[in-house]
Design a protein around this ligand. Structure first.
Ligand SMILES: Cc1cc2nc3c(=O)[nH]c(=O)nc-3n(C[C@H](O)[C@H](O)[C@H](O)COP(=O)(O)OP(=O)(O)OC[C@H]3O[C@@H](n4cnc5c(N)ncnc54)[C@H](O)[C@@H]3O)c2cc1C
Length: 305
């Protein structure tokens, strides 16, 4: 099995997610090479062959061009699999590469069990094992599902990719989300609201507990998507990454994308009516209770201290 790991570069910088690709490759076994459209200034710490295409020449985002570069390397390396992160870059490019290779595509892999990819279904309530039946395959990895336990180390052997390709899409730039307001990354205590809070009026309950503890409140994505809480308070892969001394997850199930943003917290308390909610595996303490009863009671107790 030979895998091409497609690393990413954004705004002149290598994204740390190359380390998730390396962990995936380790778990798959076999050989791997890395591909990056990037620059010499920021290279992955990777002990292997790196095909480096210059972002100045090929563009940071140019799907037609990057697809062709990857296809050329698949041919040259006689690779069996191409692995992307399940990011905006990966989910745009992966189907293009899979279609060109007539390869099976498996999206959002969260785990490898005995060499078989596992993907989430039913809004991540269930998991499905997927058997790949084509000679070649293209996969994307769920953000946060893989990652080396230690900082990666190594120096790649670089093979420069040259060429003269023109794409059909012109990349014009990135749009930064509005910043300002709270910086959850600096808070020592974060209390987060999940879909389990039930209605927007209950955000106040979570904010009150956060205030009583001297911390800030955050939220899971559905709460932000429903516009009950502003985006700069979202915790997870598409929000903020936090590592406070105490993280209190209220009505949050513990999806991988949420865990990826808070699992490095020093102490995690989860409040959930479901004793089997996956957040229980990450939590130091799981309080099996209705948050609407438990959170006001706890807040009152803390305020009376
Ligand atoms: C590409 C991508 C990126 C994503 N990025 C993020 C991200 O950055 N952050 C993020 O959070 N999610 C993200 N998600 C969404 C993620 O997959 C989950 O859907 C989401 O985290 C679920 O939010 P939740 O736990 O609040 O809701 P649910 O999964 O619906 O869980 C609600 C929980 O509340 C409990 N509950 C219900 N009522 C009560 C009650 N009265 N008292 C106590 N507990 C109760 C339930 O038992 C359940 O466990 C992303 C998804 C994708 C595909």
């Amino acid at each position: 099995m030979k895998i091409i790991l497609v690393a990413e570069y954004r705004d002149g910088k290598l994204l740390a997610s190359f380390n998730e690709l390396m962990d995936f490759a380790d778990k798959m076994g076999g050989e791997n090479v890395m591909f990056l459209v990037g620059g010499d200034n920021d290279l992955p710490k990777y002990d292997g062959k790196l095909y480096l295409a210059d972002a100045g020449t090929f563009g940071e985002y140019s799907p037609d061009v990057h697809k062709q570069l990857i296809l050329d390397i698949v041919e040259k390396e006689q690779a069996d699999m191409v692995a992307f992160c399940h990011s905006s870059y990966g989910w745009d490019l992966a189907p293009r590469v899979a279609f060109a290779l007539k390869a099976a595509q498996v999206s959002e892999i969260v785990e490898i069990v005995d060499g078989v990819p596992v993907v989430p279904v039913c809004n991540a309530k269930l998991r499905r094992d997927v058997q790949i039946k084509t000679k070649r395959s293209v996969v994307t990895l769920q953000a946060g599902a893989f990652g080396l336990p230690e900082e990666p180390a190594g120096t790649p052997t670089i093979e420069k990719v040259e060429g003269d390709l023109a794409g059909r899409v012109q990349f014009t730039g990135y749009e930064q989300p509005e910043s300002g307001g709270v910086d959850l990354g600096k808070a020592r205590i974060v209390v987060s609201a999940g879909r389990g809070i039930g209605k927007p009026e209950n955000v106040e309950m979570i904010a009150n507990l956060a205030q009583a503890l001297g911390g800030e409140y955050g939220a899971s994505r559905p709460v932000v998507d429903s516009e009950w809480v502003e985006h700069n308070r979202q915790v997870g892969t598409t929000g903020q990454t936090v590592a406070p001394k105490l993280y209190v997850a209220c009505g949050i199930s513990g999806a991988i994308q949420h865990l990826a943003g808070m699992k490095k917290s020093e102490f995690i308390v989860a409040v959930n009516t479901d004793k089997d909610a996956p957040i229980g595996e990450a939590a130091d303490v799981l309080v099996v209770a209705d948050l609407k009863e438990f959170v006001p009671l706890l807040t009152e107790k803390i305020q009376s201290l």
